[in-house]
Design a protein. Structure first.
Lengths: 295, 351
């Protein structure tokens, strides 16, 4: 029972990290119609930027975190503006875009490896003494991670439902042509969306680096199956679905890891496949879930 | 002596990769089918050739697998190809009927991840993450020296690679291949003309599975060890990238792309001075080079080095036309057939 509670606590932390990552990913997939394989590699970019800023340049903790997250957001927006949109305009189709995304991903991953080497790095954070809450031993920094995830999800909800930009994103998600003819600047909004998901990506990568004690340029690659599975279980393009699915998959895969640490990933990915086969709109039906998967 | 051995190594790697990329070309190039599960067939072929030539597992030894046998040379290879066909059939029958485009790519990606993680995480089934080692190589009696055996193995993979190449060429030109191309160009028109889309796709995927399994089997025999890492998800996209670089739907393009990606980039990196001194940096720079080249080709030359040739039509005036006109003219001459209008090439994969 103690083990179960403890694993549940870790599952909550995992779910927070995955939720941050998966929401950006699923929005890119559903709204931009682009499966961004570079996403998980960009996560590590923010961790390494933060490492350089804090350890080498000795900037303040929050300042360097904000700078590195913002930088990843800009990189993501640049990738959309200078690579994905022009390629799409040239008539490069979906599957080739996947390869282009993979190309960016390996350039980022192995660029980091070429610069920093294959060694593991560590960013020291305050608050590593575990506290006991409801039978779960969690460090204050892990609690902060959960708090950040909840806060960001609330902000995202406000952004998507209460602002013009959120309405424009939802409109493009449902029907880009109609949205454009209604006066939505599709390319501009897509750039903003990529900026937003890049910020989420950078945030999740940073949080992942804080949570895992040691990281290198390949650390976040293992998150790709989980993020894909969450996007599918939640419904492609559905931000709320991704939040729910992240909680579900984060908890379940950690519980399964008690049995065999290799099978958590299997269960997560298998769930994603089943949902895609049997209920392609995702477990949580929401107005934002567009059927991006069915051509 | 050293250079000659190096050349045989490169040639062997080239032919093994060529078989895999021909398999990709058959599915993604000819049919526009984003089937990523070919990498499972590659793994299956390698495991089958390993367990059928290693003999039963010795209890207490480092490598454990659930079944082993000791069969003479060509049988494990044939079994590997057959298992590749079977795996491709299972996956194809599961997903091809109702999946297209995005969904097909993602669902096959998921199948790859599930199978890979299960085999990687189950130590006693097929060696788990430790893998299998000491896989016997065929034709060892023919050559005494390492160099001599290098030539023997090169000849062995070259024969198989050329056979696969000829097979692909014949497949592309056969009625089935032409129907497959029509299916890629315009599925509704092909189906309206009575082509069974599911059957054509399944046959192509099964042939591709056989070739991928053969490639995996040769790779396992060549390297003598087989672990989950050579058939992980990381190896899927470089194979597809090599096909894109060479030119999809064109077997000569596939060969050229294989040469370019696996030999020119892989070996060219070694000549950069600051890279060659650092082995860790070498592989990183090689991956970066591959990524840059994939993006560059998609940007500047999306149809590849050797683009697919357009279908040619026989306009000789003496032939009786396809529609019964004695002079060979078509009804509505001047209305260009769909295949030539240029709007048809990659539309089958469109988002």
């Amino acid at each position: 029972m103690q083990l179960f509670l403890q694993v549940t606590g870790f599952g909550l932390v995992d779910a927070s990290i995955l939720a941050l990552a998966a929401v950006g990913f699923t929005l890119q997939w559903g709204v931009g119609k682009f499966i961004n394989l570079a996403y998980v590699y960009l996560m590590m970019l923010s961790a390494f930027l933060d490492y350089t800023l804090t350890q080498t340049l000795h900037l303040e903790f929050w300042l360097s975190a904000a700078l590195s997250i913002g930088a990843v957001g800009l990189v993501s927006m640049g990738m959309n503006h200078y690579l994905v949109l022009p390629l799409a305009r040239r008539g490069v189709r979906f599957f080739d875009l996947l390869i282009a995304g993979f190309g960016v991903g390996i350039v980022v991953e192995f660029g980091l490896q070429a610069i920093y080497g294959e060694n593991f790095f560590q960013i020291k954070v305050a608050g590593t003494r575990p506290l006991k809450i409801l039978g779960m031993h969690l460090t204050p920094s892990q609690l902060v991670i959960i708090g950040i995830a909840v806060l960001v999800m609330v902000m995202l909800h406000v952004l998507l439902t209460k602002t013009d930009i959120g309405r424009a994103i939802r409109a493009i998600s449902v029907n880009p042509t109609l949205a454009q003819s209604c006066g939505v600047r599709v390319d501009f909004v897509l750039n903003l969306l990529w900026l937003m998901s890049g910020v989420l990506c950078g945030l999740s990568g940073l949080v992942l680096a804080f949570d895992t004690s040691l990281f290198n340029s390949g650390t976040s690659a293992v998150e790709l199956p989980f993020i894909l599975a969450i996007a599918m279980v939640g419904g492609i393009g559905s931000a709320y679905g991704a939040m729910g699915a992240a909680l579900l998959i984060g908890l379940v895969s950690n519980w399964v890891d008690i049995v065999n640490p290799q099978y958590g990933i299997v269960v997560a990915v298998f769930a994603g496949g089943l949902v895609l086969l049997l209920r392609p709109e995702g477990l949580f039906r929401s107005p934002m879930a567009s059927l991006a998967g069915s051509v | 002596m050293n250079w000659v051995f190096y050349a045989t190594t490169l040639g062997t790697v080239f032919f093994i990769n060529l078989i895999l990329i021909l398999s990709v070309n058959l599915q993604l190039g000819l049919l526009g089918l984003p089937n990523l599960s070919f990498i499972i067939c590659l793994g299956a072929g390698a495991y089958v050739v390993s367990i059928f030539s290693l003999g039963p597992a010795v209890p207490g030894s480092l490598q454990q697998y659930f079944f082993g046998a000791f069969l003479p040379f060509p049988i494990p290879l044939i079994l590997a190809a057959l298992v590749g066909v079977a795996v491709a059939f299972i996956v194809g029958a599961l997903v091809l009927y109702r999946m297209r485009g995005h969904t097909l790519a993602v669902i096959t990606l998921i199948i790859v991840l599930v199978v890979w993680s299960v085999i990687n995480g189950t130590p006693n089934f097929l060696g788990g993450a430790n893998g299998l080692f000491g896989i016997p190589q065929p034709f060892h009696s023919l050559a005494g020296t390492t160099l001599g055996y290098g030539f023997v193995f090169l000849g062995y993979v070259a024969v198989l690679g050329c056979l696969c190449f000829v097979f692909n060429q014949r497949f592309f030109k056969s009625p089935l291949g032409r129907a497959a191309r029509a299916l890629r160009e315009n599925e509704q028109a092909a189906v309206a003309l009575g082509k069974d889309a599911y059957r054509i796709r399944l046959i192509a995927v099964m042939c591709g599975g056989a070739m991928a399994a053969l490639s995996g089997a040769l790779l396992a025999q060549y390297s003598m060890i087989w672990t989950p890492s050579p058939w992980s998800l990381d190896e899927v996209f470089p194979a597809i990238g090599a096909m894109i670089v060479g030119g999809r739907g064109n077997n000569w393009g596939a060969a050229l792309g294989t040469f370019f990606v696996s030999i020119v980039i892989g070996q060219g990196i070694q000549w950069i001075p600051f890279v060659s001194s650092d082995p860790g940096l070498g592989s990183a720079v090689q991956w970066i080079g591959e990524g840059v080249i994939f993006i560059g080709f998609l940007w500047f030359r999306p149809r590849g080095l050797l683009p697919e040739r357009k279908a040619r039509w026989d306009h000789s005036p003496r032939r009786v036309g396809a529609f019964g006109e004695a002079d060979g003219s078509r009804p509505g001459e001047g209305v260009r057939p769909l295949e030539r209008s240029g709007l048809v090439s990659d539309s089958a994969v469109s988002a």
